[in-house]
Design a protein around this ligand. Sequence first.
Ligand SMILES: Nc1ncnc2c1ncn2[C@@H]1O[C@H](COP(=O)(O)OP(=O)(O)OP(=O)(O)O)[C@@H](O)[C@H]1O
Length: 262
Amino acid sequence: MKKSQKKEILIEVKNVGLTYETNTKPIKAIENISFQMGKGEFLCLLGPSGCGKSTLLKIIAGYLKPTIGSCLMQGQPIQGPDWNRGVVFQSPTLYPWMSVRKNVEFGPKMKGFSKDKIEKLSQYFLEQVELSGYADKATFELSGGMKQRVALARALANQPKIILMDEPFGALDAFTRVNMQALIRKIWKENHSTMFMITHDIDEALSLGTRVMVMSKSPGKIEKEFHLDFTYTAMKNKYGSVEMGEEYRKVKEEILEFIKGY
Ligand SMILES: Nc1ncnc2c1ncn2[C@@H]1O[C@H](COP(=O)(O)OP(=O)(O)OP(=O)(O)O)[C@@H](O)[C@H]1O
């Protein structure tokens, strides 16, 4: 794509704010958030605990309605959850009574696809998350990292236009986490996906995101934004790791400096 060509806008968040009504006092979680997401972007969202990251993700997913402002997908208001947006949470919510394969096939089945298409989809995405050999296992037989890969395959099999991930690797050990990062980068590249990911890990954000946004403490607002290409250099690297050069250190320090203020 030529640089002068504009990317197709997938998500538009316009002056969004959300206040939770509680039994005691209202809690203003986020306010005045506006941004657009283009097709193919990998956006990572960082911010201090409680600043409203999950609230924003749930609004984009369609689980919550903003108190003020609007959220659009391809120009249409987001009215509720739908197949266009796949969601992956920190703790994979799999159906424990179903096999790995059945978990992945659940969405395509609900969409009424033919048996042949359902099988093709589950086979393809189980291969992508490197779990073909575990298709007939029960999900309780899997490790945490494997369960998260099933959750990812299940979200991908619904062929959403965007995947929203809330701290997807937060519960995993450091080794598994690094492998999952390489896997998600590969999936993003191979499928030309659009990704929105919440993380607490600055290195994770910098090494995956083509764009990183940093939020301030509650009520959360977007305070900083970076357009990055470290993830592309990691793809070229034999070991799939990012070169932490001068530019990387500069961005990381700027984010650390900002977060230290909270
Ligand atoms: N259902 C709810 N009812 C009332 N308040 C809520 C609800 N969900 C979240 N909050 C409050 O809204 C604010 C933002 O919460 P949110 O979970 O969006 O933040 P977060 O940045 O994702 O946090 P963390 O990084 O710790 O997961 C917090 O003050 C939280 O206590």
